[in-house]
Design a protein around this ligand. Structure first.
Ligand SMILES: [Mn+2]
Length: 457
């Protein structure tokens, strides 16, 4: 028998019942059978510890649940004498752990921690539920329109969060509008908007005051600071803020502000709120929330926390597989394909770097897409793609080199003639064509600056 429980008490009984429920085979042993309440034993077969020493094998897993330390050590010594390969997990108080370790226990469950961590978990649950209830309460009390604001150039995390918040508004039969500013580039974003039919209104600076005056309630999603990366006047007070940006941690607001640094995306927080409030999550919404978390955590690899994983495992069970597949590899616009063709023909190599001119492009978003594709070429570590639109040169750079920070490199190298910057592996920039004598001159200079200053040696 693989699983062996030693000691007979409440924990042993619960463990035995769990094994029973899961259909695991187990045996129970105790040192002092006479002390066991007969009533309890009727259900379980309990053997003496001497029998355990005879049947323990190298693949046995023993749960040592006796209460007194001396007895635990006694049993532990005997078991390990019989079989070195078996595993013994013991329950113990913090101050007993060292002695058990001295006698080669394999693992310990600390009793005091067990209780406090269970209480803390309950505390988290209660706090999370009361947060959701506060949001629901504020929404329910709103009399006129609820205005949901997203940051400039909203991303999938922002869209998905808005869709989730709209569900809360719908749940209480409230009117709502979602507003954004800037642009919605990227084919994935267009797919999300098309397939979800989310209605978002693009606003300009001049309209914002009227919208605020006409709204009963203001909601900021995926941002917290009015006036920074959004069109809202700095003194605007939101009724509800839900955000996860570390930089906004100290933003002071009078309303409900949930700015959490222990999650990777606002979509994680919104998923939890919908769950807490018992609001149904459709498969399309689940896909969008999942995609929001995916993008913000760089494919579930960076800035991701326990709560994100919990929500991911929940959302993956209901996601729309087809929608997520299209989001992963969206169809490419014909114009982008033409620009890609141009870039492929024009690419110039130097060591493991590649510079490619994509010609005139119809959208500036073509450039990063082409850079992503070209950076997949084997043996290429650094890529710069640039193209012309409205007398401006748009650049996008990618690097797989660990020692190079392409964002810093681009910023430094191009700052005297334009603006550039970004992250360690990906960066962008823009330069006025008027800086150069001609397009030919621009091509020569950009290639030279990238090779000589950004990716030098
Ligand atoms: Mn976000």
């Amino acid at each position: 028998m693989k699983y062996m429980i030693v000691g007979w008490n409440e924990i042993a009984e619960n463990l035995a019942r769990s094994f029973e429920y899961r259909g695991y085979g187990y045996e129970i042993y105790t040192q002092n059978i006479s002390e066991v309440e007969l009533k309890k034993v009727e259900e379980f077969e309990i053997k003496s510890v001497e029998q355990l020493y005879k049947s323990v094998k190298n693949d046995s897993i023993i749960f040592l649940l006796k209460t007194e330390l001396d007895k635990k050590i006694d049993v532990l010594k005997n078991i390990k004498k019989k079989s070195k390969g078996c595993k013994v997990i013991s329950i113990a108080f913090q101050d007993e752990t060292q002695k058990l370790k001295d006698h080669h226990v394999d693992d310990i469950i600390v009793k005091d921690e067990l209780v406090s961590s269970s209480f803390l978990k309950k505390l988290d649950d209660i706090e999370s539920k009361s947060n959701s209830e506060r949001i629901a309460d504020i929404v329910e009390k709103s009399k006129k329109d609820i205005s949901i604001f997203l940051h400039n150039n909203p991303d999938p995390d922002a869209f998905a969060s808005a869709m989730a918040f709209e569900k809360i508004c719908e749940n209480f039969n409230k009117n709502f509008n979602t507003y954004y500013s800037g642009n919605i580039g990227h084919p994935e974003n267009e797919i999300i908007i098309e397939s979800t039919q989310i209605k978002m209104t693009k606003i300009e600076e001049g309209e914002i005051k009227d919208i605020i005056d006409d709204s009963d309630m203001l909601v900021f999603l995926d941002f917290a600071k009015p006036g920074s990366n959004n069109l809202l006047p700095e003194e605007t007070n939101a009724d509800i803020i839900i955000d996860h940006h570390r930089t906004n941690k100290d933003v002071k607001q009078t309303g409900y502000a949930e700015i959490r640094t222990d999650v990777g995306a606002t979509s994680t927080l919104m998923t939890k709120h919908l769950l807490n409030l018992g609001i149904e999550i459709s498969s399309i919404l689940a896909s969008c929330l999942l995609y929001g978390i995916k993008v913000d955590t760089d494919n579930f690899t960076k800035n991701i926390f326990v709560q994100d994983f919990k929500m991911i495992s929940f959302l993956s069970a209901i996601e729309d597989k087809d929608l997520l597949d299209i989001l992963e590899s969206p169809p490419i616009n014909p114009d982008t394909v033409s620009a890609l063709g141009e870039a492929i023909v024009n690419r110039k190599f130097k060591d493991d770097s590649l510079v490619a001119y994509a010609g005139k492009v119809s959208e500036k978003d073509d450039i990063p897409q082409i850079a992503n594709i070209l950076s997949q070429e084997r043996d290429i570590s650094n890529v710069l793609v640039y193209g012309l639109l409205n007398n401006k040169i748009y650049m996008s750079a990618r690097s797989k080199e660990l020692k190079l920070d392409i964002g810093k490199g681009m910023k430094k190298a191009f700052s005297s003639i334009g603006s550039a910057g970004g992250h360690q592996h990906s960066a962008g920039g823009v330069i006025d064509l008027s800086v150069f004598d001609s397009v030919e001159d621009a091509k020569d200079r950009i290639e030279e600056i990238f090779n000589e200053e950004v990716v030098k040696d």
